[in-house]
Design a binder for this molecule. Sequence first.
Ligand code: HEM
Ligand SMILES: [Cu+2]
Length: 521
Amino acid sequence: MKYLIRAFVLGLVGYVAGVALTLAIRGGSATDEVVVVFGFILALIGWLAGIGGIEAFGRQWIGKTPQVSTDRTWRRYFQFSTDHKGIGIHYGVTLLAVLLIGGLSAMIIRIELATPGMSIVDLEEFNKITSMHGILMIAVAVAGIIGAFGNYIIPIQIGAADMAFPRINAVSYWLVPPVAIGLLSAPLLGSFSAGWTAYAPLSVIGDSGQILFNMAIISFGLSSILGGLNIIVTVITMRAPGMTWGRLPIFTWAGFATAILAFSVTQFFAAVLVLVTMARVAGTDFFGPEVGGGIMYQHIFWFYSHPAVYIMVLPGFGVILEVVTTFARKPLFAYKAVVGSLLTIVGLSVVVWAHHMFTSGMADFLHAPFMILTEAISIPTGVIFLSIIGTLWQGKLWFRTPLVLAFGWLFNFLIGGITGIFLADVATDIHLHDTYFVVAHFHYTIVGGSIFALLAAFFYWFPKITGRMYNDTMGKIFAIWVTVAFNFTFIPLFWVGINGMNRRIGEYPHAYESANLFASV
Ligand code: HEM
Ligand SMILES: [Cu+2]
């Protein structure tokens, strides 16, 4: 506890110092954005120092041996502990809290959408709530499986004692709470309404809460990059003797593929947010019509954010593949093809980004190649699907909670993937873009593909992590309930989307009323 309190105190001191320093240099008021930026940076440094950075890194800088806590009791969760299992649990608990907060915002959204007019919030607030919901949930999906189970399970699967850079790993985790605090305190400065995508120029002119969004997400990016680096180096250099590449457990392969992506593309989102921040506080003009324009923002943003959808879903593939091999009591079908597919997806995922921009006015000659490349991704994805089915085929299925969730996952992700192909087709996308069809598609892929796998991973590894068994009947009831509830909520959105209901708008014509009411309930 002592360290956590010190982290809060030093974080606060950092914030005040950053604000005071900036005010002393340039004057102005404490809510000016540039003041907040420097406050945030120093607060982050103070926070990391307070939580244990002083002992773990600082001592080394003055020639002493660094110290990290070797505490194995619950106290390790309140300080800078480098144990990979502790960090995994830490990620899990923290992101669960974020998931619940994100869930509350989803309920506000659905209550508002239950009726056509505006009922509980106004149009501006609606956009702020959906933006907050979006970014919180994206954070959970990006870091959930890989942060919690990647950290806990990968070193065990390859026979390593810990991660390659344990202190860096602790930094990755401890960057996350300030991200959550930053995002959740954005409403103090008027929140942000440019969506989770923070498209410029909206994000350049929107309320000041956007600046906290930018700083928080840049920090989150740093955390992802360091986390990715750690997994890559760990898997390459720390495998136990005999653990050859051809024997790596499939979850480790999936985590490795994810880490390559996280390590190589996250910079682009962070960089473009730096540009937005510069445009807001330093008067630069990167997104004006004469220079790059909003289109340039979108290119850089999607160069991260399309691969990011695979950062969310590849660990999910890994979990489901592990679950089906265990509960079908058979070795994985077509192991080599699956590994090849994972790596092919990594490669292809960085050359399809512009399928998010078919209607944005980018050059016409780009449409066809991006359409074809996007559709090509469904081939390796299909191979992984076939492997899952091939593993289940004629297996002695043992219906426990993780397997039930894996079936839910299969169903949902199939719908998510197939609707993706409709969106990737330029002709259909022109109609479907920016409708609830897209919203339904990405909820089927992200909730269906990543969150369902997170739940499956939770039940699958729960006995190993806690040494206790959950009640399997309750688990199965839960698994069936989430599958049904999820589908009842999102299936209607395809229908209203095809019929043209726009996303991100709190009002809609009466024709969509009954389907929306159904989804809300
Ligand atoms: C075969 C696989 C997939 C294909 C072909 C595909 C295709 C597409 C296309 C073309 C769009 C743009 C639609 C539009 O804005 O008009 C889109 C949106 C989206 N997809 Fe997918 N997708 C696939 C899988 C996934 C997966 C696995 C995820 C996540 C785990 C995902 C997450 C998203 C998200 C978040 C968006 C919307 C972003 C936004 O505009 O806010 N997709 N998808
Ligand atoms: Cu995409």
